[in-house]
Every structure is written in structure tokens, then in C-alpha cells.
Design a protein around this ligand. Structure first.
Ligand code: 0RA
Length: 649
């Protein structure tokens, strides 16, 4: 399902080099260079680009409300109450400034004399990029008592900017329909994807009100589906939202907001009873998955301040073992958000902040806020230090367990798990491993596979819920040890006990294959939780897939066809006519080896879903909610997202 992607050249394009190119034509020719890809992600990026312009207006103090509407035809309308895009004559270009903003790549910035241009945007390419990639776009500007309008087709103006009326409103409305010749994979917007991003933006930029309206579906009361996102407390509220299903260890969320050495810094954090470290960092509203100087500044400030407090309070007396940086972050949820004028992004996906100066700014901010908090809340301070000591203890136990896994991996000959049926191919890029629920389905898969390049690892029953388990329990778990050894992945280096070593990865496709029912999806979720918490890079590098076995087999005489949904089943039945027999597959075990190969394993016919992380912060919240202790939020989520509910009823 996943096509090789063009390199995501986030910041290789300076304004000058963009202007040297054909501009709008170039965007249409090489869209991936501008929006990352032309799949579902690129499609959603278009919305974020326009919204980022409105956020810029808000950060500059000129806009309070932003509305995003998904129209019935999957076109998008965004509306804000900012200053409105200027419409006066642009001297150099000889046309309205609006036309320049909409049709010249890289023009946006040139108008922003006074504005506080820090919001992310795609790569700062601007709303003209959205225009270039839209079959149709209409811009309406409310400015200085007048209403102005212009429409475009594939980025070309259909007529000069015209005045269409008078108004006492201010702002900009943009309606665009993504070009189907560019976005060939899908044109359908996901409400949840847009909602997650807009919610995130509301928390990151407190005070702004963002409405999302979905005109494709109506609620029972006849109103359109939708939500309003608004945060008065910003990151503090974001932390409460993320940790809603975790149990806090302290009275309040600790927060800092201010400017340090000219860098606006916002930090919020809380300790909870879990064992997971959940740090989320942002630069100019962009999630920096790979971290960078702001994150290392946070870590340094945290370790330094807590260590100092613990030493001075005498709580570490008589301690028989060392305390490491990791220990200060167990059960910690934190968000770091900085605004940087000229961010330098590094790393594989260009989501790692490189600016040196930011490290000290964040470190100072953290020291300041934490020192104050610990002074004022001695009870919480004691709880935190005790938690850190327990974490250090558990880490020592985990290290022992991990060494055992490691030793097994290193002795690779004969060291592979006994349950693994390996393939004969040696080149990892050509190899696949199926993680199969249960020994019996594992047996069928073993018979059905192409043993040249497909390996099978059966997993027994429900695998450990890593969300609730302490780290050393995870490394002691047989099934998890088997996954590590089978994949050839090791964990922990001298500097970083959690760093993954993927250089010996034995399969480039790791396929989770479970029954197509509630139990199966629960097991798939447990396995995914494990990958998300312990091997996230495998997901980020596009190695994790979910197999999709069919739900039905429809037969009539010699004719037979598989169906993956109720609709598909009904379509086949009406095609085959009376006398069609339907078999519902309750699990993989009901298929024979040949059927499993034909429908689910044969690369020629199967469809596999590539697992991607859309929004890392939201993914973290969902995993902790799905796998945590609280039942009601999980039930709500499952009811809302139940694909299998109807067939199991
Ligand atoms: C150029 C200059 C100014 C604002 C904008 C563009 C602008 C763009 C968008 C896109 C969506 N909403 C927007 N709102 C504003 C500055 C205007 C001034 O100086 O008055």
C-alpha cells in the first residue's frame, strides 16, 4: 500500500530558490517537494497551510476566531477574522496584492513587515501552494469596509480581483477543492485527523477559538457534526487532556510561560503513576518528533533541578545505586513549546531542532519553574523523589533482563526463537515476517506462505500490555523477547538505555496478522502498543503493517469471491444473484492455507495497511487510554470507532 516517498525536503527551499523556479508550475510538477506527499497526509497538509496563515494573524494579535468547514463535496472552507489579505495594487507585479499572495510561490512573507511570522506552515511556502494544488479556489477578503473576491483554477486566476460589496466585517475566507489529478490516492478528508490537529493548535496557542464543522454528516438534532476548540490555560490544559486516563501524582500541573534569552518558551509537566515517559516538543507549532536542542534543554534542566533538590533534602542518603537521567522521567508527561525566528531543522524527517541557543533558554525556564514548585509543594516534591528512586531500582532490574535478551540476540546462530519459521532469503529489504495470533493460525500461515521471503512468528494468546507493565517485566516477557530476537533489534547503548539499534533488522516488513474480530483487533492493538512504546522508529520508518484478512466468502456454484466489508458482500451477492452462499470468517483459523495466501499474504492481491503516526501527541493519548485502567473512555472510543461491532453483535 505504501509507495516509496519522495524525500521530504522541508527546508532546502529558500525563498530565492523558489522564485528562481517556475513557481506554481513547479509545485504542480513536484508536489511532494512542497507538501511531503500526495497521499492522505498531503491532502490534510493543505488545510494546515491555510490555517497556519490564520494562526499567524492571531499570533500577531489581529485574529480571534478561525473556522474550518469540511464541505459536502470534500472541499474545504477556512474563515478567519484577521486583517484580511491586502488587496491594494502590488507595485512590482502590477496586480492586486491578493493575486500575488495567491499565485506567487514564496510571496507570503514579503508582506509580513510587522507580523510575528513564526507559525509553522508547510515549509513556509504559503497559501499559493494550496492554490496550485487545487482544482478550484475562491478567496474572499473583508477589509476596510469592502468585500473583494478572486477565483482560480489550478492556481491560475480566472478574473482580476473584484470588489463585490461592502461590509463591517474583517477577515479572509478561502474555499478550495484539492485537484484530483494530483491527489490520486484519496480526496476524502478525515474529521478525526483535522480535529486532532486543530485541537492541538488550540492548546498550543491559547485564546484562539477554532471551530470545525463537518457538513458531510448531521447530528440527531439536525445540526452538522462539529467541535469548537479553545483553551484558556494552554499547555496546562493540554497536559490534563493527554493524561486524562492516567493517575496524577501531584496536585497540579507544573507550568512555565515566558521569554528566555529572546526565545518564547512554554513548558508544562506532571508526574503520574505510569512507567512511560511522554515528552512532546514543538517548535513554531510543529511537532518535533526527533526532539533537538529544546528537548535536551528540558532534560538537562529537569535532571539538574531534581537532583539538586534530592541531594539537599537528604532523601538520597544511603542509596546503594546510581540515579540516571531516565529515572527522572519515568511517569512524566511533559510538553515543551518554543517559538524560534529562524529554526534550523535537522534529522531524517527534518523534525529535530538544531538551534544551539534554545537549549539554555529551555533549561533555565525548567529550573526556574521546578525550583519554585518544589519549594512551595514539599509533599509533591517528596513523592517525585521517591518515584525517581523506585525508577532507578526498576532500571537496575530491567538492565539485567535486557542483557539476557541481548545476549540471546548476539549469539545469532541457533539464537533465533524456536517458534520462528524463518525464510530463506538473506536480504532484509526483501523479507517479511508475519506476527500471527495463535499457534493454529500460525500453522496455516506457515503452510500458506512463500517460504522464500516470508517468515512466520506465532504469538501465544494475548501479549503483555506494556502500557501497564514495568520495564523489566516487558523485557522478561517470552513473547516480547521472541519479537526482539526474531527481528534482530537490540536496545540500549552506552549513552542511551532506550536507543534502538535497527542496523541488524532482519525484515523490512513486519506484518501484524490477527483475526478480523474484536479479540483480534484487541491483540493487534496490544502488539501496536508494544511497537509504539518500545520500537517507535520501526513505525516511523514505515516497517509496520497490518494484514487485512477478508470478512466473508461469497459462493455460487463455481463462482467465489471474498469480501472485506458488508457493502462489498452485498454487492457480490446482488451480482451473483439468488442462491449465493455466504461464509463469514470468524478468524484466520477458518481459512485454509491456500485461502490465506490468496487473500491476505500474496503480495499480488493482498492489501496491507501501513501503520503511520499522524499526530504523535494524540497517538500517545489514545494508547494510554485504550490500554490503561479506565473503562468508560475506552468504551466510548471503541463504540465510536467500532468497525467490528456489527458483525460480533
Ligand atoms: C499577507 C499580508 C498580511 C496578511 C495576510 C497575508 C493574511 C493571509 C491569510 C491567509 C488566511 N488568512 C489570512 N490573513 C492574512 C498582512 C496584512 C496587513 O498588513 O494588514
Amino acid at each position: 500500500m505504501s509507495e516509496p516517498k519522495e524525500e521530504f525536503n522541508k527546508h532546502n527551499y529558500s525563498a530565492d530558490s523558489i522564485q528562481a523556479l517556475e513557481g506554481m508550475e513547479h509545485v504542480r510538477m513536484r508536489p511532494s517537494m512542497y507538501i511531503g506527499d500526495v497521499g492522505v497526509r498531503g491532502l490534510h497538509h493543505l488545510v494546515y497551510e491555510v490555517v497556519d496563515n490564520s494562526i499567524d494573524e492571531a499570533l500577531a494579535g489581529h485574529c480571534n476566531n478561525i473556522t474550518v468547514i469540511i464541505n459536502e463535496d470534500n472541499s474545504i472552507t477556512t474563515e478567519d477574522d484577521g486583517r484580511g489579505i491586502p488587496v491594494d495594487l502590488h507595485k512590482k507585479e502590477g496586480v492586486s496584492a491578493l493575486e500575488v499572495v495567491m499565485t506567487k510561490i514564496g510571496a507570503g512573507g514579503k508582506f509580513d513587515k510587522d507580523s510575528y511570522k513564526v507559525s509553522g506552515g508547510l515549509h513556509g511556502v504559503g497559501v499559493s501552494c494550496v492554490n496550485a494544488l487545487s482544482a478550484h479556489l475562491k478567496a474572499t477578503v473583508y477589509r476596510n469596509g469592502e468585500v473583494w473576491e478572486q477565483e482560480y483554477e489550478r492556481g491560475k486566476a480566472m478574473y482580476p480581483v473584484k470588489k463585490v460589496g461592502e461590509t463591517d466585517k474583517r477577515g479572509t475566507i478561502v474555499t478550495f477543492k484539492p485537484d484530483p489529478t494530483i491527489f490520486t490516492q484519496t480526496l476524502e478528508y478525515s474529521y478525526d485527523t483535522l480535529a486532532s490537529r486543530l485541537r492541538e493548535l488550540a492548546y498550543l496557542n491559547k485564546g484562539i477559538t477554532i471551530h470545525l464543522v463537518d457538513k458531510r454528516s448531521k447530528k440527531e438534532d439536525g445540526e452538522f457534526e462539529g467541535e469548537t476548540f479553545h483553551s484558556t490555560e494552554g499547555l496546562k490544559e493540554f497536559i490534563r487532556y493527554l493524561d486524562a486516563t492516567r493517575e496524577p501524582l501531584m496536585k497540579d500541573v507544573i507550568a512555565f510561560e515566558g521569554e528566555k534569552n529572546g526565545v518564547p518558551v512554554e513548558v508544562a509537566m506532571v508526574y503520574n503513576t505510569s512507567y512511560a515517559e511522554n515528552l512532546h516538543s514543538y517548535v513554531n507549532n510543529i511537532n518535533t518528533h526527533e526532539g533537538g536542542t529544546h528537548l535536551s534543554g528540558f532534560r538537562r534542566g529537569l535532571t539538574h533541578t531534581l537532583k539538586k533538590y534530592a541531594d539537599e533534602s537528604g532523601l538520597l542518603k544511603n542509596l546503594k545505586f546510581d540515579i540516571a537521567g531516565d529515572d527522572f522521567r519515568e511517569g512524566l508527561t511533559a510538553i515543551i513549546s518554543v517559538k524560534v525566528q529562524e529554526p534550523q531543522f535537522e534529522g531524517q524527517t527534518k523534525t529535530k531542532l538544531g538551534n544551539r541557543e534554545v537549549s539554555a533558554s529551555v533549561s533555565q525556564a525548567v529550573s526556574e519553574m521546578l525550583t519554585d514548585y518544589l519549594e512551595e509543594h514539599p509533599d509533591d516534591a517528596k513523592t517525585i523523589v521517591q518515584k525517581v528512586i523506585l525508577a532507578a531500582q526498576a532500571r537496575h532490574a530491567a538492565q539485567k533482563a535486557r542483557d539476557m535478551v541481548q545476549r540471546k540476540t548476539v549469539m545469532s546462530i541457533g539464537g533465533l526463537p524456536g517458534k520462528l519459521s524463518d525464510c530463506s532469503e538473506q536480504d532484509p529489504a526483501k523479507c517479511e515476517v508475519f506476527l500471527v495470533e495463535g499457534d493454529s493460525a500460525g500453522g496455516t500461515a506457515k503452510q500458506g506462505r512463500d517460504r522464500a521471503f516470508q517468515a512466520i512468528l506465532p504469538l501465544r494468546g494475548k501479549i503483555l500490555n506494556v502500557e501497564k507493565a514495568m520495564v523489566h517485566k516487558v523485557f522478561e516477557n517470552e513473547e516480547i523477547k521472541n519479537i526482539f530476537t526474531a527481528l534482530g533489534v537490540t536496545i540500549g547503548t552506552e549513552e542511551d538505555s532506550k536507543a534502538l539499534n535497527l542496523s541488524k533488522l532482519r525484515y523490512h516488513k513486519v506484518v501484524i496478522m490477527c483475526d478480523a474480530d474484536i479479540d483480534g483487533s484487541h491483540i493487534a492493538t496490544l502488539i501496536l502498543t508494544f511497537f509504539f512504546r518500545y520500537m517507535k522508529e520501526l513505525i516511523e520508518n514505515g516497517h509496520i503493517y497490518i494484514a487485512t484478512p477478508p470478512l466473508y466468502l461469497v459462493k455460487r456454484g463455481a463462482k467465489k469471491q471474498y469480501a472485506w466489508s458488508d457493502k462489498e458482500r452485498d454487492d457480490i451477492v446482488s451480482e451473483f444473484g439468488d442462491g449465493s452462499k455466504i461464509q463469514r470468517y470468524k478468524g484466520l483459523g477458518e481459512m485454509n492455507a491456500e485461502q490465506l495466501w490468496d487473500t491476505t499474504m500474496n503480495p499480488e492481491f493482498r492489501t496491507m495497511r501501513l501503520v503511520q503516526i499522524d499526530n504523535g501527541t494524540e497517538a500517545d493519548r489514545i494508547f494510554s487510554m485504550l490500554m490503561g485502567d479506565e473503562v468508560p473512555p475506552r468504551r466510548d472510543f471503541i463504540e465510536k470507532n467500532a468497525i467490528y461491532a456489527n458483525i460480533d453483535a
